[in-house]
Design a protein around this ligand. Structure first.
Ligand code: OAD
Length: 238
């Protein structure tokens, strides 16, 4: 029996923008207000742990006050209803895909709602602030907990699984990401080499737009519900 075409979806900060979370590189983006070298590298954490914890505490504290938007809900509906494999690879550290109902989500840049112990390597769910005195619930080390997010210079999570998914997929969709950060920026080429159709859905053309076979530009919250309708009714062919 022929398998149903599989879909891999890469998401970035743009998909959460309509929920009220800041992107990184737009006019009011996070990296236009804070230097990433000050908060998003292992060196920054070693030099100024309290400053780094404060930056992520603030972002974590925002999560309960924001809600998944129409784009997150559309992807959850696609996963539940589509007759084939749908996997989301997200660069986002928020929990909005899960709260919209998506189950198959890979957080390649980690999650704000998890802590990672630098002493024992244990990652566990974590709500609330982390401080330079926080104690690891697993090994008891004090002052070694950090947010379980991937910093610049560190290896993103689950890369073997991600490359396998990209090689095997039939449709690759990139949503709300500027194409500035590797390795995610190069996933389109990987999927394309594997024979997948590739689609960019973004507010504006990304840096890698010319690598995509198809593009749709506009707000994810407006475009995705319509796109998912097209897929589920069989109007969209790939
Ligand atoms: P960026 O801020 O670089 O890009 C966000 C993209 O979303 C831009 O191209 C916007 O035009 C687009 N966008 C904004 N609002 C949108 C909307 N309503 N609908 C659709 N698109 C919209 O964010 P990312 O590409 O996700 O990594 O950034 C990648 C990584 O860089 C992040 O995961 C983070 C950051 O540094 C780490 O911290 C390791």
């Amino acid at each position: 029996m022929a398998r149903s075409p599989s879909i891999v979806i890469l998401t970035g900060a743009g998909i959460s923008a309509e929920s009220g979370l800041h992107t990184f590189r737009d006019k009011n983006g996070i990296w236009n207000r804070v230097r990433l070298e000050d908060v998003a590298t292992p060196e920054a954490f070693a030099a100024h742990p309290a400053r780094v914890q404060k930056f992520y505490n603030k972002r974590r504290a925002m999560l309960p006050s924001v809600q998944p938007n129409a784009a997150h809900h559309a992807l959850a509906r696609l996963e539940k209803t589509y007759d084939g494999l749908v996997t989301i690879i997200t660069q986002n550290v928020d929990d909005l895909h899960e709260r919209a109902g998506s189950d198959s989500v890979i957080h390649m840049h980690g999650e704000l709602n998890k802590s990672l112990c630098a002493a024992c390597g244990t990652s566990i769910p974590h709500k609330g602030d982390l401080s330079i005195d926080s104690e690891c619930g697993h090994c008891g080390a004090i002052g070694r907990l950090r947010p379980d997010v991937v910093w610049f210079g560190e290896m993103p999570y689950q890369m073997d699984r991600i490359y396998e998914l990209l090689r095997d997929c039939d449709l690759f969709i990139s949503i709300g990401t500027s194409g500035n950060v590797y390795p995610a920026a190069q996933f389109v080429q990987e999927a394309s080499h594997g024979g997948a159709h590739t689609l960019e859905i973004n507010l504006e053309p990304s840096l890698g737009v010319s690598d995509f076979a198809e593009t749709r530009h506009g707000k994810a919250g407006a475009l995705l519900p319509l796109f998912v309708d097209e897929v589920l009714t069989g109007q969209y062919r790939f």
